[in-house]
Design a binder for this molecule. Structure first.
Ligand code: ADP
Ligand code: MG
Length: 704
């Protein structure tokens, strides 16, 4: 049988050889010609749009110049070293500045040589310059048979470049690869989909993604490849959801039960319409005989705890146990204290199990879980330890889901002692943009609490700099005099970072100096304290014995102190929008007007300022999340780093291709409705694609 040429190893392409092949493998994960063809340019040099230096104005977006190096000068030492390069074209001169990769760049930019520079112009000392422009060799027209107007630029690394795999070499390799193997490319989408969706064939797409014949062809190629990628992703997620929802493997919980009613009738308030609707959705799931896998999204303060309690009581009412797992001890303790109150009228036994629970305390809890006398258990990761055995776990509730890794979640899942897995309810207050939710939770059902309990006052958010610090302290004094409490939060991005702790300590000392005893009491809470110390300080604040709580983000999730009216966030630019929003949600829980003060550091970039201003302008968590994703990209989004995306996207972007994602998802639903198992021969290419590693999101079906 003839080998498919796509499987040819790249080292057999002219000009590659073992050394470059190994570089391509280690640096770009390219082994075969097929891999090469699926490595796409991240931008294109448009040879038709080279600008003259004299035409460039400050504020221009990205520009490209074709210029000759006049001189290159190294200044400064060590970390302060920089490289200034003066270049000129027929119209004028410009300075280019580099802070990184200095030696390599210095060697490359020899006076007299000409390059294409691509970057963003800025004004420095009254003169136009460019910082860290990308450097390309000047186009050599006609050097390759695919030379169009647009030339692809591929990701590269210093190692690749110094190993001789320059941009030009990459272009040449792509041309070789296409000549050799394009004929062997198999169409991955069925003919009917190409027709119905108006997509170009794969061969056309691959040829034009590397060597666009013009802008229109490039756009068609990009659209086709993005659509396919998102479509296959959605297809794989929806297929799993479909399989699960058809399987008869859930614990049927047909009744609501007396415990539910006892709790419900004793509630001190009326549930909101949204809470009622969500509880109905959950109850319908638990009744259905299928396993529930539901994500409950609700902004901070929307009342998710009550929904959790009532859901747990449905499990109890049907003779099963329930657990509620929280990400931190502080939060688990607070849940426990709150939930116990709600449970008082029901007589259900509820226990707390966290890392600091002593051995002696654990014994009766373990026994109670095993013999079924403990109905509801609240805890942290301690719940998934091996020695925790349930009699019959029927419902697992995971609060603030994003803090748990996939593995931990599936471990909880396996705690179900009965033949059927427990129902799963995942609760999150991190508003997740729609496109991301479709990917991260593509196989879960989603409920949203989109209504706040009545009586909440809006929170006024302001952005201030160091100059206004004294005024802020005065404002805090006034609020405290009126009986209110204040949070002051310091960024601690890595819990171990020494510098961050120094900031926190220094901040604490400053606050204690400004707010001295006996008029003021200041408590401090952070992740390096033992849980007793943490609890002691936290309790002091919750009980109103301390006026000010200085802390790190340990207070981010869940903590409820209705009397707190000011949230001060130091170095706010170091937080993501989603996290800022969570922190802000700690105030505005009582009936008093509340404030969120964002303090920005001395150096704050334009983008950071824009984000912070957005915080001031809107209180809607979903709008913020959407914007955050556009500004920072999905990889940086709070909450997604740990759980991670199920797959890495090659060409589509969750931040920018939401429209394509929605279209691809509904089309995937349409395809599965007609052929759930993808066994129809016309769908054979799709079934084959889903068998590939990229789309086998194995752990993912078990998140849940
Ligand atoms: P979150 O969704 O952030 O977990 P909580 O469940 O902690 O929110 O609820 C926030 C506060 O609102 C709590 O003090 C809770 O008692 C209160 N609450 C919840 N539901 C209602 C309601 N329907 N009416 C009035 N207050 C409510
Ligand atoms: Mg909560």
């Amino acid at each position: 049988m003839l080998r498919n040429k796509l499987d040819t190893e790249v080292q057999f392409l002219p000009g590659v050889g073992p050394k470059r092949a190994s570089l391509l493998r280690t640096e770009l994960e390219i082994t075969t010609v097929g891999d090469l063809l699926h490595t796409y340019p991240f931008r294109y040099i448009d040879r038709s749009s080279i600008q003259y230096i004299s035409d460039i104005r400050s504020g221009s977006a990205y520009v490209q110049i074709l210029a000759q190096v006049v001189s290159a000068e190294l200044t400064g030492k060590g970390a302060k070293q920089r490289l200034s390069v003066l270049v000129r074209d027929a119209s004028g001169e410009m300075e280019l500045v580099f802070f990184k990769g200095i030696k390599y760049t210095y060697d490359r930019l020899k006076p007299g040589s000409t390059f294409l520079f691509f970057g963003r112009p800025s004004v420095y000392n009254g003169k136009m310059n460019m910082v860290h422009p990308e450097i390309d060799n000047p186009p050599t027209l006609g050097a390759q048979n695919f030379s169009g107007v647009l030339t692809g630029v591929y990701n590269s690394t210093d190692k690749l470049r110094s190993g001789g795999v320059t941009g030009k070499v990459m272009n040449k390799l792509m041309a070789e690869a296409i000549n050799l193997a394009i004929g062997d490319v198999q169409e991955t989408l069925p003919e009917y989909i190409l027709r119905e969706k108006g997509l170009v064939p794969l061969k056309f797409a691959l040829r034009n993604i590397h060597f666009p014949s013009d802008q229109a062809a490039l756009s068609k190629a990009q659209y086709r490849l993005k659509w396919e990628e998102l479509f296959l992703l959605q297809l794989s997620l929806l297929k799993q959801k479909y399989i699960r929802s058809r399987a008869e493997n859930g614990i049927p919980m047909p009744i609501v039960g007396p415990a539910f009613h006892a709790c419900y009738n004793a509630l001190p308030y009326e549930l909101t319409g949204a809470q009622k609707r969500v509880i109905k959705e959950i109850q319908a799931d638990m009744k259905s005989g299928h396993q529930m896998n539901r994500l409950l999204q609700g902004d901070v303060g929307s009342g998710k705890t009550m929904v959790a309690v009532l859901s747990a009581l449905i499990a109890i009412g049907n003779g099963y146990q329930a657990c509620i797992m929280a990400p931190t001890e502080v939060l688990a303790q607070q849940h426990y204290a709150n939930i116990k109150k709600y449970l008082a009228p029901t007589g259900v036994r509820c226990e707390l199990l966290i890392g600091s629970t002593t051995k002696a305390e654990r014994r009766p809890i373990h026994e109670g879980l095993e013999d079924g006398s403990v109905g509801i258990i609240i805890g942290t990761h301690a719940l998934i330890e091996d020695d925790v055995v349930f009699k019959n776990l029927g419902l697992a509730i995971i609060d603030e889901q994003h803090r748990f890794g996939v593995e931990q979640r599936s471990k909880l899942w396996s705690k179900g002692a009965t033949d059927a897995p427990p129902h799963v309810l995942v609760m999150t207050a991190t508003p997740i943009p729609r496109t991301l939710a479709m990917t991260l939770y593509g196989d879960l059902d989603v409920s949203v609490i989109d209504e706040m309990p009545p009586g909440r006052k809006p929170i006024q958010t302001m952005l201030i700099g160091e100059g206004k610090r004294p005024a802020m302290y005065n404002f805090i004094r006034k609020e405290i005099a009126a009986g209110r409490q204040v949070f002051i939060v310091y960024p601690l991005i890595f819990e171990s970072e020494k510098l961050d702790y120094q900031n926190l300590e220094a901040g604490y000392e400053e606050i204690v100096r400004r707010f001295p005893m006996p008029d003021y009491k200041v408590a401090i809470v952070h992740g390096q304290q033992t849980s007793e110390v943490k609890k002691f300080n936290m309790d002091a604040f919750v009980a109103g014995r301390a006026n000010i709580l200085v802390s790190t983000t340990v207070i981010e999730v869940g903590v409820d102190v209705p009397n707190a009216s000011i949230m001060v966030i130091e170095n706010a630019e170091r937080f993501g929008l989603a996290q800022l929003h969570q922190l802000r949600g700690r105030v505005g829980r009582g009936s008093e007007k509340s404030y969120c003060v964002l303090m920005h550091g001395l150096k704050v970039s334009k983008e950071s300022r824009k984000r912070l201003e957005l915080m001031c302008a809107t209180e809607n968590g979903f709008d913020l999340a959407e914007e955050d994703m556009k500004m920072r990209g999905p990889g940086d989004l709070e909450g997604t780093q740990q759980s991670g995306l199920p797959i890495s996207l090659n060409i589509a972007s969750l931040a920018h291709d939401g429209q394509i994602m929605s279209d691809a998802r509904s089309y995937a639903e349409h395809v599965l409705a007609g052929d759930p198992s993808l066994s129809d021969p016309v769908n054979a290419p799709l079934a084959a694609e889903l068998r590939k590693d990229k789309y086998s999101v194995k752990d993912y079906s078990k998140i849940s």
